[in-house]
Design a protein around this ligand. Sequence first.
Ligand code: F6R
Length: 242
Amino acid sequence: MEIVICEDAAEIGRIAASKIIDLVRRKPTAAIGLATGSSPLGIYAELAHAVARGELDMSRAHGFALDEYVGIELEHPQSYYSVIHREVVERLSMDPARVHVPDGRAADLHSACDAYEEAIEQAGGVDLQIVGIGSNGHIGFNEPTSSFGSRTRVKALAPQTRADNARFFDSLDQVPTLCLTQGLGTIMDAREVVLVAQGEHKADAIAAAVEGPMAAVMPASVLQGHRYATVIIDEAAASKLQ
Ligand code: F6R
């Protein structure tokens, strides 16, 4: 696991984006695993600049969102379908047909999860997976005690996650209780994983994920076992590392 400590969010965005830019220049059809939430916004902003300057062409790249809420309308501004289309597909001029989000409105959610795994496989696997980290150590929505071998599946959101994400909704009771998420096993299959985090509220989770034991109670600790995992964080998020 490589740890990169940055001065600020802008530097995190630049360093993480440069990995994606190098990858897509080398492999224009690369598959990128896409996180939502606040942490990766700096990455998407950097990539959008590179696209606008004509230095990056994402039109043949594939995208796979990490997760989606269950039961939320696609058009809801906080559905991850909407967020990914707004923050990533449009700004990076990606081909919407190549960008996938788990179907949280499917009548059969379990089949939708299997179909998602199959779509990733058909694209040749994820080349680079971006992840954020929850204050409880989740990656994707793999909440504490998720199996390290888990695949895309239905999960209940932890109360802490619903409270953390209430800032995106009008009130806590509007935050969905269920989601579809890539599993920890799915994330670990990516050829490279880049975790980004900012702020003191992430410091405990970062310390436990990077320096604690690999354990299902701290899902992000699974990344200690990944050959190419990079943790790119600011000084506040790094403040509890030994
Ligand atoms: C989002 C996701 C989550 C977030 C995490 C951190 O697709 O899978 O794991 O990355 O909850 O969220 P932020 O970045 O908003 O602090």
